[in-house]
Design a protein around this ligand. Sequence first.
Ligand SMILES: [Fe+2]
Ligand SMILES: [Fe+2]
Length: 166
Amino acid sequence: MSDEKTTQNLKVAYTAESKALVRNRLFAEIADEEGYEQIGKLFRAVAEAESVHAKNALRMLGEMKSTEENLQAAFESEMEAKNDHYPGFIKQAEAEEKSAAALIFSRARDVEERHAQLYKGALDYLVKEEVADYYVCNVCGYVAEREAPDECPICQAAKDAFKMVG
Ligand SMILES: [Fe+2]
Ligand SMILES: [Fe+2]
């Protein structure tokens, strides 16, 4: 097997394990809501294990670098999502009259720009002593710094839709 094929496989493994991680966490929330405590624990335990697999693949791909380089990589992937991925998704959804999908894609596109700005701005935090919490909109993924807004600027969700991540 050539190195090139292995690199491709590492990328596929990273993507698949990352997907399983997110999905298992969501399945755990559903299990909790349905009162299946043990199944919730199982989904969370396997999610944690998938994150080990994802991390191993990412490390082997050489994508775990210094914070300064990671900020740059994170900035670039947000811009790529905003400029290269979501516009086509939105167009396609509109052409198929899938308005709910078009809405979540366009909100995501707008939020990606915000994420990119935060990464760019965060380069300052590398030199400053200041520490601030973030607040994430659980409807559209908008991220506010320091405090939650009264209304989400992207989806208009109320303040209580924001979850503090510190
Ligand atoms: Fe993003
Ligand atoms: Fe929002």
